[in-house]
Design a protein around this ligand. Structure first.
Ligand code: NAP
Ligand code: MG
Length: 503
């Protein structure tokens, strides 16, 4: 795969790097010496099956998972067919009926807490493996993915023995077996968002990681085993979409929790219509990050960078539409270009790297196609003229100006490091434009005026709204969407509700 696939959308006049004012004053950016994390530190097998009833079991029809930064095959994973999913669900049912639903909450809490602690103890290994399998920078896996995933277990451990006090006037009951299907953008974190509340609420689990990032889930299975989690309480089946569908359609599953694309979410919702199964869907997004002329601009630019380039933009709640008040457009674009010039794109295992590899060739092609549509439809492109590694799937941090609301890049989720900049004149126009999306997951508001911030937030149709910050997460805070971004909440007290029957 050529890494230059993004070049076809880079106009020639922009290939030459323009020196920014600080560079002209102080010389070129410093070159950093490489600071690579050592991948020899981690161990993983050449081949994995599944984790069912507390045991690692063999499977068949193995597929490779690659390191997207090097295109090297890391390991092979089996595909679970219906029979394998059957055995995982049966193990989860038995564990539910004989052990987990009977265990007092304070005992369940100890296991959940232990898992969180063991993630901390194995943090370095988990961070390196997550970077290798996913392509995201080690800086992020080390400082965000792993600590936050662990924090979810620690947080929900605290709820396990307090469920009777959590919802006054109602008695909570667990549901039974939860089927969970997760995406590739935050493999460990999405697993934690699903597993921790389900276990705290007293359910057992069959979970499927994404096809391109199953490695850390198998490491988690080792942690479950070492933590002494009773067999069958969490079962992991590997595989592609068909395995996910087998979990969704299994008659003995009581609840489905899905995070992924809106298209697959629709298929699942149709499949479950008319069944007794409970469903939560966390789907795509096209978050509006709104900057008013009275905002602290340097902080806002940091929020824009974090909003769209964090995790290569593979973030459902990314601030992928930047709405800028017209009077400050040129200042914002100049500051953004300057800040982008210090982004370091490349080896995810280098501790200096800000933007790592795109997770797969398919995703790289999808991003390139949508970016091409942006230029074809008349928007103006800027791409960071940095050098990219020769091997692997990389995409230049990109933004578009002169974007119309009808453009595909303003409407569709790109799920990559690509920002669409639009303008507005009045607060009402900002609200109308921000809400002009089939999605309703996230938004950001930047202003010096608290009253304005709250009044705009109240008018936005988005599940998560950040004020003068972006992409901040906490296990105690609920997360979820409106409209085609799905329904149900994960995190906080709200995150327990999808796993409980309140009577
Ligand atoms: P995806 O294609 O929908 O896949 C998500 C998961 O579903 C994967 O494990 C996938 O398996 C599996 N799957 C595929 N087809 C299925 C089917 N018919 N039935 C059951 N499971 C099926 O999404 P993705 O491309 O991996 O993830 C990116 C999307 O997730 C983006 O749209 C993003 O916005 C969304 N996302 C949302 C949130 C949120 O909280 N709202 C968080 C993260 C990501 P394979 O891996 O084998 O395809
Ligand atoms: Mg991979």
């Amino acid at each position: 795969m050529s890494v230059m696939s993004s070049d076809k959308v880079l106009p020639l006049d922009q290939q030459e790097r323009k020196r920014t004012v600080p560079e002209l004053l102080f010389g070129d950016l410093w070159e950093y010496a490489p600071a690579p994390e050592n991948p020899d530190f981690v161990e993983y097998k050449e081949q994995y099956g599944h984790f069912i009833n507390g045991e690692f079991v063999k499977g068949k029809d193995h597929f490779p998972s690659v390191n997207p930064a090097t295109e090297e095959v890391l390991s092979h994973f089996a595909s679970a067919d219906k029979k394998t999913v059957d055995s995982a669900v049966a193990a989860a049912r038995t564990a539910y009926e004989t052990v987990w639903s009977k265990m007092p909450g304070r005992e369940r809490a100890k296991y959940i807490y232990r898992i969180g602690r063991m993630m901390q103890e194995n943090a370095r290994e988990l961070a390196i493996l997550e970077s290798m399998d996913n392509g995201k920078p080690i800086k992020e896996t080390r400082d965000v993915d792993v600590p936050l995933a662990s924090a979810h277990f620690l947080y929900y451990a605290g709820w396990a023995d307090k469920l009777d006090y959590a919802f006054p006037g109602a008695t909570p009951h667990s549901l039974g077996v939860a089927g969970q299907v997760i995406p590739w953008n935050f493999p460990l974190l999405m697993a934690a968002w699903k597993i921790a509340p389900a276990l705290a609420a007293g359910n057992t689990i069959v979970i499927k990681p994404a096809e391109t990032t199953p490695l850390t889930m198998m490491k988690m299975a080792e942690i479950f085993q070492e933590a002494g989690l009773p067999p069958g309480v969490v079962n992991v089946v590997n595989g592609a979409g068909a395995t996910g569908a087998a979990i969704v359609n299994h008659p003995d599953v009581d609840k489905i929790a899905f995070t992924g694309s809106t298209d697959v979410g629709r298929i699942i919702q149709r499949a479950l219509a008319g069944t007794r199964k409970r469903l939560t869907l966390e789907l795509g997004g096209k978050g509006a990050n709104i900057i008013f002329e009275d905002a602290p601009l340097d902080q806002a630019i940091e929020g824009v960078i974090n909003g769209i380039f964090f995790n290569q933009g593979h973030v459902c709640c990314a601030g992928s539409r930047l709405l800028v008040q017209e009077s400050i457009l040129s200042t914002v674009v100049t500051k953004l270009r300057h800040r982008m010039s210090s982004l370091r794109v490349g080896n995810p295992l280098d501790k200096n790297t800000d933007v790592g590899a795109i997770n797969s060739k398919e995703q790289l092609d999808r991003i390139a196609e949508l970016v091409q549509s942006g230029t074809d439809q008349g928007a103006e492109i800027y791409q960071l003229p940095c050098s990219l590694p020769e091997q692997g799937y990389f995409f230049r941090p990109t933004f578009f100006t002169k974007v119309a609301q009808s453009h595909r890049i303003a409407q569709e989720e790109i799920f990559g490091p690509v920002l669409s900049i639009l303008t507005f004149r009045t607060p009402q126009e900002a609200i109308t434009k921000a809400n002009n999306s089939p999605y309703g997951l996230s938004a950001g508001i930047w202003t010096d005026k608290g009253s304005k911030l709250f009044s705009i937030a109240g008018a936005l149709r988005a599940g998560v709204i950040w004020g003068n910050t972006y992409n901040k997460f906490d296990p105690a805070s609920p997360f979820g969407g409106y409209k085609e971004s799905g329904f149900g909440r994960e995190g906080g007290l709200h995150g327990l509700l999808p796993y409980l029957d309140l009577r």
